[in-house]
Design a binder for this molecule. Sequence first.
Ligand code: PMM
Length: 292
Amino acid sequence: MTSAATTLATRRPVTRPGAGGGPGCLVMGVVNVTPDSFSDGGRHDRAASAVEHGCSLLEQGAAWVDVGGESTRPGAGRVPAAEELRRVLPVVRALSGHGVPVSIDTTRAAVARAAVEHGATMVNDVSGGRADPRMAPTVADLGVPYVLTHSRGPSRDMAARAHYGDVVLEVRDELLRRVDEVCALGVDPARVLLDPGLGFAKTAEHTWRLLGRLDVLVATGFPVLVGASRKGFLAAAVRGGEGRPAADRDGATAATTLLAAQAGAWGVRVHDVDGSMDVLRVLRATVAHRGG
Ligand code: PMM
């Protein structure tokens, strides 16, 4: 077992991209402009409804709205870059115009650049910069916060790579190695956020283990974003299991928000912003009244 704390992440975050962490945990609302995303696919594939939805997420308390035009669910194929741009740019531009802080969920450098030029102020890359070798230099050039997510390989065959000894330490070590690699290409470590990539190249068992040890990632000192919302592993914990639609996992998702906040995560990426905001309000009220 390697000791990542001593051998990796020579580049440490100096400042944090915004508040967050513990009871201050932020909520990032999801707007998927895709016809095939597993949990809300097809609902916001027209720009106008996507923009309306993004604005309502802001009203519900989202600190960020994450706009994506390509499904990243395991097994999903790629959409052409031109189609991804066609889906996301009008939404990014309109939401930014309404004052919504937008993050762009893409693995393509060209899409990240165009989205930032249209008003996005954060890049969320579930490939951790591996899908497109131009991503790290582009993010470096754009100078925006960069969510670096753990995964192994593209969506289409990531399930075959879900082999770990100690998944918690391996995910941490692989993420920190990736931080060093992208920072060597110019990315500012002060702008890097880490994401364990729940469900990406992980079995449900791996994902539960990671969810229970988020503190290990938080201890790296990088802000940590957690994306558990409506994911398949939650089916094991809800009544009706796999038989219930993904959208019925919002109660279970809210529970993961509490776990993430208590572990000190910077933020959670969720579809149901209202539910997670209530959880965080309860947590804050409890902390405020503790020891009085
Ligand atoms: N999961 C999905 C998409 N983007 N981004 C980050 N940073 N972390 C995640 O866990 C993540 C992501 C897949 O879920 P969706 O299809 O419901 O958006």
